[in-house]
Design a protein around this ligand. Structure first.
Ligand code: SF4
Length: 348
């Protein structure tokens, strides 16, 4: 029986899922996953930071905020040509989507012509496009859609109840308005959150409810594990238990059966077995290379090897049979996009 697409989840129902025996939950998630997806395919995106640091917002987990002293090297908006070079490389290693992120509260009018040129150029390469630029007005969303932007990322981060403990410079309502503007303009929505922020189990349920009870489920749901960065207020927060993270992925899969659930930031700190568990729980999208905005993402060789061990193929992406050629390309891209240090940026 096909899982029903619902937008009316209650806290009790979601808490009940979190309290299920682990094996039962994994089975339920995997059954749901197989109803809508090829269980051995994972969508691969590449993420590039097109403008780094000096963000006026105060997200407590983020080293890109100008308010915290994290040693992050600021970078101005990248030139369009450089972005297109990176996009070509991403295509070469098998990415099907190129995501561009800027550490802005919102794009300014003067930035729009550049980002529009980037979208058009990346589209011409035959890649899907995604951007994360902060809050958007209706007009900006329409302009990005017209330029051909396929996805817009804007995360809800955490539950509405815990949100005020993490960010004070924009409201939950602001975020929901941006998501609405993106939807109304006709783009696909990419929206998820971060766990391990010191939130309660109830907050993890609350985040998933906020996402799944949107009028339409986001097409893409990134679930990030906090990467603690020295200098940010959450540097010393207690680690989230691995099984709790895997459960969150499984429940996201059950609640949003047709969405791509993305294993996002924090993947670097997960061993192969944990990542495999996340795929089993229904994660079917990852980022490759070009640094995860500013955090190191697992080395592409590692991803390539893991895919091979698990018999996973990249969705509509590269055929990994010509390993030597692919390995050389990975090597080249790693060299060019090596993270400078342990830095982090969550698209917001
Ligand atoms: S998460 Fe985004 S909005 Fe928040 S501080 Fe970082 S770059 Fe700025």
């Amino acid at each position: 029986m096909t899982a029903e697409i619902r937008n009316n989840w209650t806290l009790d129902q979601v808490n009940e899922l979190f309290n299920m025996p682990f094996n039962d939950l994994m089975f339920k998630a995997q059954v749901t996953h197989r109803e809508h997806f090829d269980p051995n395919q994972v969508q691969v995106s590449t993420l590039l930071s097109i403008k780094t640091g000096a963000c006026p917002e105060d997200c407590k987990y983020c080293p890109q905020s100008a308010r915290y002293s994290t040693g992050l090297e600021k970078e101005r908006l990248m030139e369009v040509e450089k972005v297109l070079t990176r996009a070509k490389e991403a295509k070469e290693i098998g990415s099907t989507r190129f995501c561009m992120g800027a550490a802005w509260r919102n794009p300014k009018d003067r930035d729009m012509p550049y980002v529009i040129e980037m979208i058009k150029g990346v589209k011409e390469l035959g890649l899907e496009t995604c951007m994360t630029l902060g809050m958007l007005t209706k007009e900006q969303a329409l302009a990005l859609n017209e330029a051909g932007l396929d996805y817009y990322n804007h995360n809800l981060d955490t539950s509405p109840e815990y949100y005020g403990d993490i960010i004070t410079t924009r409201t939950y309502e602001d975020r929901l308005n941006t998501l609405q503007n993106v939807r109304d303009a006709g783009m696909n929505v990419c929206s998820g959150g971060i766990v391990g922020l010191g939130e309660s189990a109830k907050d993890r349920s609350g985040l998933l409810i906020a996402l799944a009870n949107l009028p339409r489920h986001p097409e893409s749901v990134p679930i990030n594990m906090l990467v603690k960065v020295e200098g940010t207020p959450l540097d010393n927060v207690e680690d989230l238990e691995s099984f709790e993270f895997i459960r969150t992925i499984a429940i996201a899969r059950i609640m949003m059966p047709k969405s791509h659930v993305r294993l996002s930031a924090g993947r670097e700190g997960m061993n192969e077995q944990m990542q495999a568990m996340c795929f089993l729980a229904g994660a079917n999208s990852i980022f490759y290379g070009c640094k995860l905005l500013t955090t190191g993402n697992p080395d592409e060789h590692f991803d390539q090897k893991l895919f091979k061990k698990l018999g996973i193929n990249a969705e509509k992406g590269r055929d990994y049979s010509d390993e030597t050629k692919v390995a050389a390309l990975f090597e080249q891209i790693n060299e060019q996009t090596k993270p400078k240090e342990k830095e982090m940026f969550y698209p917001a």
